[in-house]
Write a protein that binds this ligand. Structure first.
Ligand code: SF4
Ligand code: SF4
Length: 100
């Protein structure tokens, strides 16, 4: 039987070394799930350097990079905050729902 060979984990040093397994293209979710969200990510497009870490690491693939600036699909973003945590230039702030 062919079994995968164990490999020693090494922290990725560049974007191309990140695993892509859990990332999905925007639009793959079939049910709107934003009702449970307490905080929403807001992208400051002036600070964004388009490194795409947020796009790659969002577990639900709800960050759209097809336009000139990145956009979050708020119908499907669950507000987990991973994108904001991983954004190095701090271009994403988590804002409480209902706040401007
Ligand atoms: S992680 Fe931050 S800087 Fe990088 S693309 Fe996303 S918003 Fe822009
Ligand atoms: S808060 Fe979570 S689900 Fe929403 S865009 Fe960021 S990483 Fe994706």
């Amino acid at each position: 039987m062919n079994r995968p060979k164990p490999v020693r984990f090494t922290a990725p040093k560049k974007l191309s070394e990140y695993p892509l397994g859990p990332a999905f293209r925007s639009g793959h979710l079939v049910e709107i799930n934003s009702g449970m969200r307490t905080f929403r990510p807001v992208i400051d497009t002036e600070k964004c350097v388009k490194c795409l870490r947020c796009f790659l690491l969002c577990p639900d693939g709800v960050i759209d990079k097809s336009g000139d600036v990145l956009e979050v699909d708020y119908d499907y973003c669950k507000g987990c905050g991973i994108c904001a945590h991983e954004c190095k230039p701090k271009a994403i702030q988590m804002k409480k729902e209902g706040e401007a």
